[in-house]
Design a protein around this ligand. Structure first.
Ligand SMILES: [Zn+2]
Length: 788
């Protein structure tokens, strides 16, 4: 989703276009279109010969692109001169380019002749001496066509580039007017879609930085500099930019700031919902949080007159902005304004904290730059600030925070807003939001000017957006004049919409077209009729960013990593569920829903029996996605509702605690932490999962298909207890023969089950007279699945 402030000047528009398109020629060059090369050669001979080159470079191709498709002379000029600036605009583009890459590299890839694909950055991460055995290659496809990277490069990258380029040009040609912020937003989305999976340059040892990450960060830096140096004499501006380009390490001024916004209280807010209509409300509330994390930064960017490129990341309950240095002084003002809004809307249940740190050009250096540390410092600042929520308002008006609130009528037990005619309009509006999201095709944003912004009271979720200057509507038709976003990528028609939502939106509809309820989810489960939850996140995320990037810590590389993570823990999870559902009918995967996925974590609900299998699939798919990288792992926690009407927030909370415990779980045998699956509170290393599942499946078969007496379960439980006692008491022998004895009697009674029971015994009693360590959990799992 993207966006540019209104009333931008021609120079600002040109800066945005030139910065976003300065390297687009690299993409075009790789199609190796010979007739086109001749045209560019003829048209730009004077330029490349002046650089002592014998053939056109990427800047010539970029310039020719702008000349042909954008047709704004200043943009073409800035693009062709981005390696040798001579005017103000060129200098801004050039400085953005340099700081994004972290260093000035003028090695021309075009000389090598060989064209290459993007290497998956996840396959290049190294942590604690662990890494992928080899580099994996990203397929030459648009962003929305999620693919796992491949072991071998494509045999014909030229063809891949050509197909991608043709699709890009077709989309680009739908842009009619470069003065329309809606159309510029479309341009941003199209660039993201088609340059996400191609490399920015080959001249690093590994081409693992995406062109998109480079274009976006170059534009963001250029714009932040533009704002910071605004109002300064032209000569001063040029000499400052010139020194940044020549020796960034020598420029010790805080020209930028990095800002993080973080929401707290998510858990209580999302999961504390009355269970009637809970699925809709859940979808609505989790969407609201993700969406708010784009609306708030857009609101700030609009007021500060910066484009959407400066929203670096949004998801997982937080966002990052890169701003001009002077912005830091305004942060308190924004904090106060947002505190007021959140108190009005959520009475203290949710809070948004904003923090910023300064950045200087030296921080952007490749090897000894400080960007990962700066991101970390921000996280720490926010952590410290968590108990100072609403401080800005507390200082002045204690009544605002502690009440009494001016409510008329009974407060709603879930959100505290007044109930009207037995219904809470505020809670109801989240259900409606969820329903719209599932059923409608487009989300349309209409951004108001300051004078038109509504102050009024907050009765429904739309009023919150209105306070931030945007009215939001769901429709079945895209509206060309406003910012229309397709809810699903399949509905993205670039003639009408300016992008598509990258947030999970699905939830199953029943035959009548109603959204599936928790009762229906529960009834579709195998065995006990309840629902379950699955939560998870990436292990050691902070260290992956801080230490995993090794020698190249450039801004563009950090952003590539963050975008790759977000791509997996986003709508891709929904697609994975659909795929699983279509090839495996043994569980009702179609009734599972990704309630929330952002950044590096996720939360799913569904029939309980499907959850461990979904967990296994996510783990396997993530391993494929990272190029089988053992340095990047994911831990998860799965919990079962004791009853289908049990409050969701309690199960969600338990799962959250279990996930936290699992993260600190050090198996005495494996001697390592994390990388595990917490099964109802018991952390099981992923390397043990196959056997764990195998024991359960054999038990299931014995009990369900072969009708072995359920007393088998009781025997296993008893043996587990005895084993524990014998382990705690010195000299006491584990009497494993008792299990053999009982099972022998079961075999006598049920000849058909002999084979499976023998296999079970073999799995349960391990070498050295030891009981299989997860025997109890496996038996519980089988018991629940077979209980009628
Ligand atoms: Zn309510």
């Amino acid at each position: 989703m993207a966006f540019l402030f209104n009333d931008f000047t021609a120079e600002e528009r040109n800066l945005l276009l030139a910065a976003l398109l300065h390297d687009i020629g690299k993409f075009w060059q790789r199609t190796q279109d010979e007739p086109m090369r001749r045209i560019v050669s003829e048209n730009y001979r004077a330029f490349y010969e002046a650089r002592n080159h014998s053939s056109p470079g990427h800047q010539d191709w970029s310039a020719y692109f702008c000349e042909t498709f954008v047709k704004i002379r200043e943009v073409t000029n800035a693009v062709i001169n981005h390696h040798g600036p001579s005017e103000r605009l060129h200098y801004f583009v050039s400085a953005g380019d340099c700081l994004s890459a972290g260093e000035r590299l003028d090695i021309a890839e075009e000389k090598g002749g060989e064209i290459r694909q993007l290497v998956s950055i996840l396959s290049c991460i190294e942590l604690d001496g662990l890494r992928s055995k080899k580099a994996y290659y990203k397929k030459l496809v648009p962003l929305g066509e999620y693919c796992v990277p491949e072991e071998e490069p494509s045999p014909n990258p030229k063809q891949g580039y050509k197909e991608l380029w043709d699709a890009f040009i077709k989309a680009f040609n739908s842009i009619q007017n470069f003065d329309d912020p809606v159309e510029l937003t479309k341009l941003y989305s199209i660039l993201e879609e088609y340059t996400f999976n191609i490399p920015s340059a080959y001249y690093y040892s590994m081409p693992d930085i995406s062109l998109w990450a480079h274009l976006k960060t170059a534009a963001a830096i250029a714009f932040a500099l533009y704002r910071e140096l605004e109002g300064k004499p032209n000569q001063h501006v040029i000499s400052k930019l010139d020194s940044i380009i020549r020796r960034p390490s020598a420029v010790e001024e805080d020209l930028f700031c990095l800002v993080k916004g973080d929401i707290s209280g998510i858990q209580d807010f999302v999961y504390d919902t009355k269970m009637d209509g809970a699925t809709k409300a859940l979808r609505g509330k989790s969407f609201y949080l993700s969406y708010l994390m784009t609306v708030i930064p857009k609101y700030i960017l609009k007021k500060e007159r910066l484009p959407i490129t400066n929203l670096l990341y949004s998801g997982g309950g937080h966002f990052y902005l890169i701003m001009h240095g002077r912005f830091l002084q305004k942060l308190d003002e924004y904090q106060k304004e947002l505190d007021g809004l959140f108190l009005d809307a959520h009475h203290g249940e949710l809070a948004l904290l904003l923090k910023g740190v300064t950045l200087k050009p030296a921080d952007f250096r490749v090897k000894d730059g400080k960007l990962p540390e700066k991101f970390e410092e921000l996280g720490k600042l926010l952590q410290e600030e968590k108990n100072r929520k609403f401080y800005s308002i507390l200082k002045e008006d204690q009544k605002m925070v502690f009440g009494p609130f001016k409510e008329k009528g009974e407060p709603c037990p879930h959100c505290g807003n007044p109930v009207k005619e037995d219904e809470c309009p505020f809670c109801r509006s989240f259900e409606r939001l969820g329903e719209n999201l599932i059923k409608k095709k487009f989300l349309v944003e209409e951004w108001k000017e300051k004078s038109e912004r509504q102050k009024g009271s907050i009765e429904k979720v739309e009023d919150i957006f209105k306070r931030l200057g945007v009215s939001v509507e769901f429709t079945d038709e895209a509206l060309e004049k406003d910012y229309s976003f397709a809810v699903k990528r399949e509905e993205w028609d670039f003639k009408k919409c300016c992008g598509y939502m990258k947030i999970p939106v699905g939830m199953k509809l029943d035959q009548k077209g109603n959204i599936i309820t928790f009762d229906e989810i529960s009834d579709s489960a195998k065995g006990i009729k309840v629902w379950g939850v699955l939560r998870g996140d990436v292990d050691n995320l902070g260290r992956i960013f801080r230490e995993g990037l090794g020698q190249n810590r450039s801004f563009a590389r950090i952003m590539t990593l963050s975008q790759e993570m977000a791509q997996f823990f986003g709508p891709s999870l929904e697609r994975m569920l659909n795929r699983l559902g279509s090839c495996d009918k043994s569980h009702s995967y179609e009734n599972c829903a990704v309630i929330y996925a952002g950044g590096d974590d996720f939360f799913l609900v569904g029939p309980w029996d499907a959850m461990p299998y979904v967990a296994e699939e996510i783990k396997k798919e993530f391993y494929r996605y990272t190029g089988h990288n053992p340095a990047i792992t994911v831990s998860m926690a799965f919990d079962i509702a004791p009853d289908k009407k049990f409050p969701l927030y309690r199960v969600a909370q338990t799962a959250g605690e279990n996930l936290e415990n699992a993260k600190h779980f050090k198996d005495p045998v494996r001697k390592k932490e994390k990388n595990c699956f917490a099964f109802a509170g018991v952390p099981i290393g992923w390397e043990d999962f196959d056997k764990f599942k195998d024991v359960k499946e054999k038990l299931f078969k014995a009990l369900d298909e072969l009708k072995v007496s359920r007393s088998l379960l009781g025997i296993i439980y008893r043996v587990c207890r005895e084993y524990e006692v014998s382990a705690n008491e010195d000299g006491k022998m584990f009497r494993s023969w008792r299990l053999f004895y009982y099972v022998a009697r079961l075999k006598e009674r049920n000849k058909k089950a002999e084979d499976i029971l023998d296999k079970l015994i073999y799995l349960l009693i391990e070498k050295g007279n030891k009981l299989y360590k997860y025997a109890f959990q496996s038996a519980r799992w089988a018991e629940f699945e077979t209980r009628k």
